[in-house]
Unconditional design. Sequence first.
Length: 161
Amino acid sequence: MEESDVAKLHYLQSIMWETLRLHPAAPLLVPHVASADCTIGGYDVPQGTMVLVNAFAIHRDPKSWDEPESFKPERFEKEEKESHKLLPFGLGRRACPGAGLAQRVLSLTLGSMIQCFDWNRVSEEEVDMTEGRGMTMPKAQPLEAMCKALPIVNKVLYGIE
């Protein structure tokens, strides 16, 4: 997989966006301070007030998303994409400056992992996606998976034919 392939792998992109929607790296975005009196969501916010944006809650809001608790990458494949409601890296002037790099690295890493390995669950039980405690929402139970290198791994990772 090459970086130029990422633009052609629409479903891979959809999987990445849906994962970031359900499991943002930081559920609360970087705090902001209101530079002037304003109204946010019907609330009057005085100048100087610290504003915290809860991306986790926004990404799971049933008013904005159909079946917000379900993992449905297809929601990002539609003509009218849902990406305008997505805030995994913030929004506007204060958005994460590394968002573009993160998106490229995530796409290449996920694509390479799918291309190079055969993945299986360790047991027949469903993967527990319950979040644990912490600022970055770690999983309550660490993921255990079994992977087997596919023959293409030597070519992709080591350049060996």
